[in-house]
Ligand binder design. Sequence first.
Ligand SMILES: Nc1nc2c(ncn2[C@@H]2O[C@H](COP(=O)(O)OP(=O)(O)OP(=O)(O)O)[C@@H](O)[C@H]2O)c(=O)[nH]1
Ligand SMILES: [Mg+2]
Ligand SMILES: [Zn+2]
Length: 290
Amino acid sequence: MVIIRAQIIKSVGGDFTVKIDEQILVVKGRKKLKDDKLLVGDFVEVDEKNKVIEALYPRKNKLIRPPLANIEQALIVVAPLPKPDFLLIDKLLIKFFSLKIKPVIIINKIDLCATELVNEICSQYKNVYNIQMISALDFNQTSTILNPILSGKFSILTGQSAVGKTSILNALKPEISQEVGELSRIGRGKNTTRHSEIYVLENGAMLADTPGFNALELDEFTPEDIIDNYPEFDKLKQDCRYNNCNHIHETLDDCAVKRAVENKLINGERYNRYVTLYNIAKVKESKKYG
Ligand SMILES: Nc1nc2c(ncn2[C@@H]2O[C@H](COP(=O)(O)OP(=O)(O)OP(=O)(O)O)[C@@H](O)[C@H]2O)c(=O)[nH]1
Ligand SMILES: [Mg+2]
Ligand SMILES: [Zn+2]
């Protein structure tokens, strides 16, 4: 029996499409694994001859909505229209950082009047996160900018509704239909919210679209988790006077993060939203234990 490591790229009614190097194969899950809920993105052991999944490898991470595993990178798409919700963007950044998913901020629809948004995004996130600008209507530009970023990784498109996530996937689609051929049949056109599918692009890039949303709660995050998932605080916090500094209640003398805000090294609005998210987590925590 030849057992081969593969990654699930699509799951429809008990049939799993798996990728083994460059090869695509449709297999069944073994009965005893079915309860284990195999997810798109899972690495599994496949019995190539009998076309069944024999075992599931441990996951690096997983998202529940949509159900996806082993995500390496998230393209957080924003646009001048619909207007960005910065608190939502910060929540996504916190969540992805905690799951060890590398975020990239993609400003889409730059063919519309986007200068103001570009300046705002840059002043809030530059030096912390990778920021890219595209118009999904321009297929060439989208491919040229995104292909090197996507290369060799499993990435997802995420963000508010109607920012252009599916349009970006469509812009990258010529390569997709070439590589997965008939397998793209079911997922053609606008992605529906129901099923997750990983599209195989050139250079080993794998990309999944996700349904847009307008709200996200960080229910599982304690106040400490909130603090820990701001990468721009990491280098500074060793200079705070107290080890457990929450960067809110100490004086400027005692808190390096607050000094960085004062000196405009950290954007004030981003910091204020941090205080909001910390306080929300604090209230939740006190309700839970108190
Ligand atoms: N002008 C312009 N319009 C765009 C661009 N990208 C997408 N759109 C338009 O924005 C609208 C929404 O695009 P979608 O790709 O469906 O957005 P989405 O993020 O997938 O939306 P959900 O699936 O609801 O989350 C469509 O009318 C697109 O044609 C762009 O770069 N420029
Ligand atoms: Mg969409
Ligand atoms: Zn501090």
